[in-house]
Design a protein around this ligand. Sequence first.
Ligand code: URP
Ligand code: ZN
Ligand code: ZN
Length: 459
Amino acid sequence: MSTLIKNGVIVTAEDIYKGDIYVEDEIITEIGLNIPKKADVVIDAEGKYVIPGGIDIHTHLNIHVGEVTASDDFYTGTVAAACGGTTCIVDHMGFGPKDCDLMHQVKVYHGYADGKAVIDYGFHGVIQHIDDNRLEELKKLVIEEGIPSSKMYLTYDFRLSDYEALRLLKRQKELGGITAVHCENNDSIKYLKEYFIKQGKTQPIYHALSRPTEVEGEAVNRMINLAKIAGDAPLYIVHLSTEIGLEYIKMARDRGQMVYAETCPQYLFLTEDKLRQPDGLKYIFSPPLRKEKDSTALWSGIKDGYIQTVATDHCPFFYKGEKQFGKDSFADCPNGGPGIEERIPLMFSEGVVKGRISINKFVDICSTAPAKISGLYPKKGHIAVGSDADMVLIDANKEVTITKDILHENVDYTMYEGFKVKGYPVLTMVRGEIIARNGQFVGKKGYGKFIKRHKINQL
Ligand code: URP
Ligand code: ZN
Ligand code: ZN
């Protein structure tokens, strides 16, 4: 099967130029002006941007948290991703039973995803405790299973101690992997939650007030120092939400430390005021929403290269369902919100169209850098001969008002209801197959493949 994409404006993290792209089977085999070859499928991309497919390296499809399960599974979640211009995800596996080995959740997650996902996918490992056996197993995870990144937490039930974190960081470095970390200071949250709840302060805004910016700042700073102590181990800070956290990252990167940071659209476009609304439960996730000044700092961090990636932390629960567990207290509300389908349109419109970032930077933070940091590049995250034919056509003139009704996420709200965006994905291709066109899914359940990732590329 061959496909010719004609006359598009091809955008990579570095270049922008007009040309044709020839695809044979799953791979890009030629790029040039007026490629004279015939093809089984010809796509007219005149007037459209052709970008490498979006790569979202922070999702939680089908995750079980206590008694609740995220409402998007690997089918519905990846359909939504495809319609929003994302062609590959790396999903964070949820916690398994206490003391389980590292392979436990890998098997569980293959059961969730294989035969269901419509776009390609990988998993991040989840580290619940560290001992000699876990450190030995990490080699199998990184080398044999193709999972070179794993997440550890500084809060929640299975948080690691600093001693465990040091051992993990060191081992990941030896193996060519990377440690992703959820940075929040657990004891501060515990203390502040108790403080507010004792006073009957249980409305959604107290979710944010019990996790002030220093909760993240302290944990970011601690992890950066631990990574240094562990022999300059690479560190990936997920869902960065604060200016203070960014300041620590700046300091470390300016000193040459291999620290990478991810932020998410919710921290760029929404503020904690959302938690004061009557429907504030919709916006309960961790870390919480912040103030305008944090969002402004995060945009600067992206522009200046201190923040390398924008991912979603997509973890949806129905507002009229599980989110209502929090109606009497924020502490009982499942943490998480949707966003897998809105990321690319929001970042294009609010980022590129509004002049906050260049179109190359947009491609970099939404596709190329995530691919590099997670060991997918240059198979994914790039438009080049030999890369997978994962591409998205963006119509820069298409104006769309984001509402729940136009989205495919299996949840009853979007956090961006009423946002007007200019520029929207109009075609999504994964390994040479068109799987979404003009907001409609046209692919096949189970087409997505598990991608064994390689060692991380340093940026
Ligand atoms: O509230 C959130 N973000 N839920 C998902 C789990 C996590 O910590 O990323
Ligand atoms: Zn997290
Ligand atoms: Zn998450």
